[in-house]
Design a protein around this ligand. Sequence first.
Ligand code: RP5
Length: 204
Amino acid sequence: MTDTPTLDRLIERLRDEAAADRDPEATPDVGIVMGSDSDLPVMRGAHDALVDLGFEEDTGEGTDARFSFESYVVSAHRTPDLMDVYARTAEARGLEVIIAGAGGKSADLPNMTASIAFPLPVIGVPVQEKSVDSVLGMPTGAPIVVVDAGKSYNAALSAVQFLARTHPTLRDRLVNQHTRLREDVAEAAERLHRTGTPAYLDEA
Ligand code: RP5
C-alpha cells in the first residue's frame, strides 16, 4: 500500500518511461488523451478505428501487436502538470502521434498538448460543436491538425496515415479498408437500384 497520490505516481511513471531506453517497436505508437472520461463515448471512435486497423491497446503490460496505442484522461485545467509531462515526454516515450480530444468552450487540451509536444504531430478532436473554435484556433507557427466535432474515428485514420509513410504494412491496411468502404457504397447502389426505394427501406 503506497501513500503516494495517484497523480504523482502517474507523472513519475511517464517520466520514468521517457528516461528508460525502451525498444521503440515495443512502445505505443499512438497516444489518445482526453480532457475527461465523459469524453470517452466520443473519443471511443479513435479506439475503434485503430482496432479496425489491427492496433492493440497497451494497458501497461505491452502487447504482442507490432502497432499499439495507449489511452489516458489528461485535463488541461484540472491537471496542467500531468498535461505538461504527458506532452513533454511523449516523443521520448516512443509515441509518433497524439490524438487529443476535449469538450466545452475552453477545450485547451489539444492545442496546449500540440504546443508542448512539438514537433510531434497532434490531431485535435473537438468533442462538442462548441469546442471547434477553441481547438482550431492556433496562432501562426503553432500547428495542430483538427477534425470536425466528434470525428475521432477520422482522427485515428489521419494518425495512421502519418505512420503509414514509414510503415508500408499500415499503408496496405488503410488501402484495404478504403477499398471495403468503396465496395459497401457500390453494394448499396446496386441493391437500391435493383430493389427500388420502398423495398430497400423495408429491408433496412
Ligand atoms: C473538458 O470539459 C472535457 O474535455 C470535457 O469535455 C468537459 C467536461 O468535463 P467533465 O466536467 O465531464 O469532467 O475539459
